[in-house]
Write a protein that binds this ligand. Structure first.
Ligand SMILES: *Cc1c(COP(=O)(O)O)cnc(C)c1O
Length: 387
């Protein structure tokens, strides 16, 4: 085993105080999940329309401060609906990080739009406002019709789709300013950042529309699930409509007035979500404690750094992240060694522009993305690890 891998394993085991296998991230059920699930079965209300869906949406609205939350079958569909709600259409370009999970790029593709990859800042792994401003200054022009165009492709750049990587909020105020300057819509993929705030504003509550995920590996789970957040009345109504097959409310008839989707969250999934939300503060508290302990323990290591918090933000510590001090080609060997010791860690996603399906897409210089892909390791982060 490489020395550096051994030191990382020692540090993690010191903090977690377990000698057996430690998983990267598993859910924590300690509330009324079972009770609510049994209630669904006993009442036979398991599918789309049900009290838990309504309650879960209310809880999300209250927690995030968004006027509307629309629960969906997963985060990818929530993202797809967000883009449709924002009016993203075929042959437009959507600026987005290459450093993200593939669902972000896929959702753009589902709309017939073209992902246009931009770089991240190294400190927090989210879209870099400085590089973005420089890049747009070089390639974008706002024409008389009010839209920003890519000077090279002559296509409309309709949106900036940002992601709050591993739970650390992106530079929202700066990015919003850039969007305003170019008349570009801001959309947030907040799949990883339920519970993360920038200047007391919840992530996902700054863009025109945003999406959350409640997959099994996220900070809370509904099995599979997602939600759209927005403060816009018209967009909320439209998304609700197309997410339920665009059915017109006429008794005894099946009339659909638009291309619709079957994307709504079933009641059984929302039942788990309600129970998880009831304990969300406790989950966040435990994750904060774990992050504090990691931070202290990793400060003794010289070859790796624990990723810190950005000033004026609050992280949900979804996935704790360590960074190799120098760009190196040992990352994947280090990850292999740590995994072989029974501590589950993982690298970041292969950047989108390196995937065959998205390699042809327009992109800026992605030096930080490429460097950080070779330096970043996610370490075990489940809320229950200290219990
Ligand atoms: C988890 C995730 C999604 C959505 O994932 P689902 O598995 O469809 O719920 C989208 N974007 C990012 C960045 C994610 O991490």
């Amino acid at each position: 085993m490489l020395d550096i891998a051994e030191n990382i394993v020692l540090a993690i085991r010191d903090v977690v105080k377990k000698n057996n296998e430690i998983a990267l991230h598993t859910p924590y059920f300690f509330g009324k999940e079972k009770e609510y699930l049994i209630h669904c079965i006993d009442t036979s209300v398991v599918s789309y329309i049900g009290q838990y869906v309504t309650n879960f949406e209310k809880m999300l609205q209250e927690y995030t401060g968004a006027k509307y939350a629309i629960a969906t079958v997963n985060g990818t569909t929530a993202l797809h609906l967000s883009l449709l709600g924002a009016g993203i259409s075929a042959n437009q370009e959507v600026l987005m990080p290459s450093f993200t999970f593939v669902a972000t790029a896929n959702a753009v593709h589902y709309c017939g739009a073209i992902p246009h990859f931009v770089d991240i800042e190294k400190a927090y792994l989210c879209v870099c406002p400085v590089k973005l401003a420089e890049y747009l200054n070089e390639i974008a022009i706002v024409k008389n019709d009010g839209y920003a165009y890519n000077k090279k492709t002559d296509r409309i750049i309709s949106a900036l789709l940002i992601m709050h990587t591993f739970g650390k909020p992106a530079a929202l105020p700066e990015l919003k300013d850039i969007c305003n300057k170019y008349n570009i819509i801001l959309i947030e993929d907040a799949a990883q950042s339920l519970g993360s705030f920038d200047n007391n504003i919840h992530t996902g509550n700054c863009g025109l529309v945003s999406s959350l995920s409640f997959n099994g590996n996220k900070i809370i789970t509904t099995g599979g699930g997602g939600a759209v957040l927005t403060n816009n009345d018209e967009i909320a109504q439209y998304i609700r409509h197309i997410s339920t097959t665009a059915k017109v409310p006429r008794p005894n008839r099946f009339i659909h007035d638009d291309i619709g989707y079957n994307y709504r969250m079933p009641n059984v999934n929302a039942a788990i979500g309600c129970a998880q939300m009831e304990n969300f503060d406790k989950i966040l508290e435990l994750k904060g404690l774990l992050a504090d302990k990691y931070k202290e323990r990793f400060s003794c290591l010289t070859d790796v750094e624990f990723m810190s918090d950005k000033p004026n933000t609050k992280s949900n510590y979804w996935l704790n992240t360590i960074v190799l001090r120098s760009s190196s080609n040992v990352l994947h060997d280090v990850i292999r060694d740590i995994n072989q010791s029974g501590v589950q860690v993982r690298p970041a996603w292969d950047p989108m522009h390196t995937l065959l399906t998205y390699s042809h897409c327009p992109r800026s210089n992605l030096a930080n993305t490429e460097e950080m892909f070779n330096r970043v390791i996610n370490i075990p982060s489940s809320a229950h690890l200290l219990s």
